[in-house]
Design a protein around this ligand. Structure first.
Ligand code: ADP
Length: 446
């Protein structure tokens, strides 16, 4: 005996030889002279032993082929893993517990600027910028003791290259839990560049918008200043014509005077609005608050606008005898003039425009309701934007700047109030101004 394991072929040969020897023995055992010696029993035992030997040989054979299959499967698995490892788009590194590289794929080699084979034995820390190395060493110690996968962003410096941003995922190896660490490194350069491009585009866009806003504000300021002078002159002549300083006017001309005065007033209001919008954009708009009675202010605003209303319009005021508020009177007049002007403008077929003053000790409400063309619900947010106009076939012939409602709401809010709008196309619109009343303001209402 050599101590060497028996091969299957050897075993089969031996089984065949034993069977032949047994056949021979069986022949001999059939001789009556020998059978008495118990030879035939011995032969039977021998037969059984040989059969067992044959079964063992078959078992050995099937165990062998199973282990060959397993070895082939393991080989294929290894190849698959190798291909995945090599062709992975991200850098993949295996290091020992001290961060010395044991294995690296092609992408890792490209990321670090070194062929993957040459990376073997190099400490990974060398590829971190000098100022980040101490932190990486500290992290290595925790990575080593932690069972969790860690993820963080860092910079790596490839050989002969510049630092590039990466995200790193690292975990201990299941196969060698005591020492090995596996690093998956994803290059973030493209992502970062795209983010920077996006930021630059946004910056450029907002600079362009800011410059446009400035130009617009400058234009509004300039135009309104330039228009003020000629309007003051016109106003002067108009008042001289009204009080007869320019002589007696023919009756037809006399009728035109209130309309001219209303239009002049409208223009002055427009200029004031343009100026206020520009001030609002520059955050230079300041309120001059005082306590005054809202009711005569509302009545006066209606009277001033009356000559611009069509003959089919009826303007009705419902108000208490008195209702004092603490607010900037000039700005409240601007809001009222705008709401009334819109109510008249956007009800081209005429009808009743109702102006109501109401409220409580806490707030004053002025609502203007018209039976006009209305606004679709999806357009409600547009009308409060600067220059926000909603042009429909019903109102396309009506002119405007789109500044009014925007400015009115901002002014209401500066007072701590609100401007609310409810509308139904084809039915009409109600715009409500809410103004808080100062604590000292009188609450006497009729
Ligand atoms: P505009 O100078 O265009 O009247 P506003 O800011 O006052 O500017 O109004 C913005 C838009 O809101 C208008 O262009 C119009 O489409 C709509 N609008 C305002 N008031 C009314 C109203 N009472 N009825 C119907 N539409 C209105």
């Amino acid at each position: 005996m050599t101590g060497r394991p028996v091969t299957r072929v050897e075993l089969e040969l031996e089984v065949t030889a034993a069977r032949q020897a047994l056949d021979h023995l069986s022949e001999v055992a059939r001789d009556p002279a020998l059978s008495q010696n118990g030879l035939s029993r011995t032969v039977e035992q021998l037969e059984a032993a040989i059969e067992e030997l044959a079964v063992a040989a078959e078992e050995l054979q099937s165990a062998r082929s199973r282990s060959v299959e397993l070895a082939q499967e393991a080989g294929r698995e290894r190849l698959r893993y190798k291909e995945l490892f090599e062709l992975a788009p991200d850098g993949y590194l295996v290091t020992d517990g001290d961060g010395v590289i044991q294995e690296a794929n092609r992408a890792a080699g490209q990321l670090l600027g070194v062929g993957p084979d040459l990376l073997h034995g190099k400490p990974l820390v060398l590829f971190f910028p000098e100022e980040d190395r101490a932190a990486f060493h500290r992290r290595l110690r925790t990575l080593h003791s932690s069972k969790m996968v860690s993820e963080w962003e860092a910079r790596l410096v490839p050989r002969g290259g510049e630092a590039r941003p990466v995200s790193i995922r690292c975990g201990g190896s299941q196969a060698e839990p005591t020492a090995a660490l596996r690093f998956l490194i994803h290059d973030l350069t493209a992502v970062q560049r795209a983010e920077e491009r996006e930021k630059a585009t946004l910056r450029e866009h907002s600079q362009r918008m800011a410059s446009l806003e400035r130009t617009k504000s400058d234009f509004l300021r300039l135009a309104s200043h330039e228009l003020r002078g000629p309007l003051a002159v016109l106003r002067g002549y108009l008042s001289m014509m009204s009080d007869g300083s320019l002589g007696k006017l023919p009756p037809k001309a006399g009728k035109a005077l209130p309309v001219m005065a209303a239009k002049l007033h409208q223009m002055q209001r427009l200029i004031a609005e343009m100026l206020d919008s520009a001030r609002l954009e520059d955050s230079r708009l300041e309120l001059r608050k005082e306590t005054f009675d809202l009711v005569p202010v509302v009545r006066n605003s209606v009277e001033v606008l009356l000559p611009t209303a069509g003959k089919h319009h009826e303007l009705r005021i419902r108000a208490p005898r008195q209702f004092s508020v603490h607010a900037d009177q000039g700005r409240v007049e601007t809001i009222l003039a705008n709401l009334l002007d819109n109510a008249i403008k956007y009800s081209p077929d005429g009808g009743r425009v109702e102006i109501q003053v109401a409220g409580s000790n806490a707030e004053a409400l002025v609502s203007v309701t018209d039976p006009g063309v209305g606004i679709a619900s999806e357009d409600l947010s547009t009308v409060f934007r600067p220059f926000g106009r909603v042009v429909t076939p019903d109102n396309s012939h009506i002119g405007g700047t789109g500044l009014g409602l925007y400015l009115c709401r901002e002014l209401a809010r500066m007072h701590g109030g609100e401007l609310e709008l409810a509308s139904k196309p084809g039915v009409g619109t109600t715009v409500t101004l809410r103004l808080p009343r100062a604590a000292a303001a009188s609450a006497r209402t009729a």
